[in-house]
Design a protein around this ligand. Sequence first.
Ligand SMILES: [Zn+2]
Ligand SMILES: [Zn+2]
Ligand SMILES: [Zn+2]
Length: 316
Amino acid sequence: MNLMTNAIEAIQVGVEDYKNGSRRRLLASVRNVYAGLLLFYKEALRRKSPPRSDEVLVKAQVKFQKNPSGQIVAIGTGRKTVNVHQIRERFSSLGIKTDWQKFKKVSSVRNDIEHYYPCINAEALQSVIANAFVLLRDFIAKELREDPMCLLGETTWDEMLQIAEVYQAERKACEETMESIDWNSPILSEAVKNLYCAECGVDLLSAIPVNSPRDEVSLKCRACGNGETAEDLIPRAISDELSWEQYLSFTDGNEFPYVSCPECSIEAYIISEEKCAYCDHEATHICIRCGDNILPEELDSSPLCGWCAYMINKND
Ligand SMILES: [Zn+2]
Ligand SMILES: [Zn+2]
Ligand SMILES: [Zn+2]
């Protein structure tokens, strides 16, 4: 398969679709740009695959074989290629870098687009093209060591650059409103900046009113007008920001990065900050009976650990 040619063409066609501007083509534009990005990621994996491994790093399934000299080698098998999670895992173990927060902004629109289709417009898609532009510019130059403008062609490049500039100005205005709020949590204040609209997936959210207390703030989407209150946006921002850590807690048995707050019950209690990002509640993390650390999933029984709470209830 010629990944590189497919990747370039997907982006070029995606930008043409965007310029055409009809609703059907806008939908195609998001799909093409997203597909193009993934193909560039796969190209990086293909290049790192050892010779005679059937492009093992690009394949979803891997089998092991003995080569003629008796060594065990990994060989790609089947037709299925890696999914996004696999790409991310392989990038992280191979030291290939891309901005996953930005990638998520593209994929969120891609995932929400069917549902959002009735009110889609060209402005709403600027974020996809603009974020993809920045991702491609950095990834192609730094990881593939090629010139992104030569690769994508001057027409496509200029078009993307113009869209990105308009979008950057909008984005900056949004970020300023976010910075006017005292989020009182480093993770949350980072999370709201990376947040995208729950309705349309676009990352053009303004905090209103500016300078308001955290629990009274709402977000308004500049692309589709959707509004969201603090009670909804705070847990959503946290689950989004910490989704990779959450994923690792399931796959690698790491500690949960956040849990539902023992005080307000909102899924906003950040373990590393030992505090609820919604109501500021600070639970006791050391069991008062046995002195052990209380596991995140047992914070409900704080100031006792799960075991001590069980023992006390049993003796009642
Ligand atoms: Zn929206
Ligand atoms: Zn709380
Ligand atoms: Zn205990």
